[in-house]
Design a protein. Structure first.
Length: 88
């Protein structure tokens, strides 16, 4: 007759194996789903872009745009430069 601790360790191992199996199958199934359709034309999309004016140094963050890759805004009659966020 096996010891109680051996039975507990086997049960824990089977439980961990079952959790890994289910999470692996779930991850594989997520690859088969189609990506969501893009929003209709004219509807604003959420974006997060930071821009800086090279002339005067003013900075701005764009959070909504009609498409995912909007043209840079203009300030001081020049296109603003896209900058990477420092703390995001």
């Amino acid at each position: 007759m096996p010891a109680v601790s051996t039975i507990i360790w086997v049960a824990i191992g089977v439980l961990i194996g079952w959790v890994l199996w289910k999470s692996g199958i779930g991850m594989l199934r997520s690859f088969t789903r189609l990506p969501p359709e893009p929003p209709p034309t004219g509807e604003l999309r959420k974006i997060k872009r930071n821009y800086r004016c090279d002339v005067c140094g003013v900075e701005m963050r764009m959070t909504m745009a009609p498409d995912e890759d909007p043209p840079p805004p203009r300030h001081c009659l020049e296109d603003m430069i896209e900058v990477a966020p420092l703390y995001d």
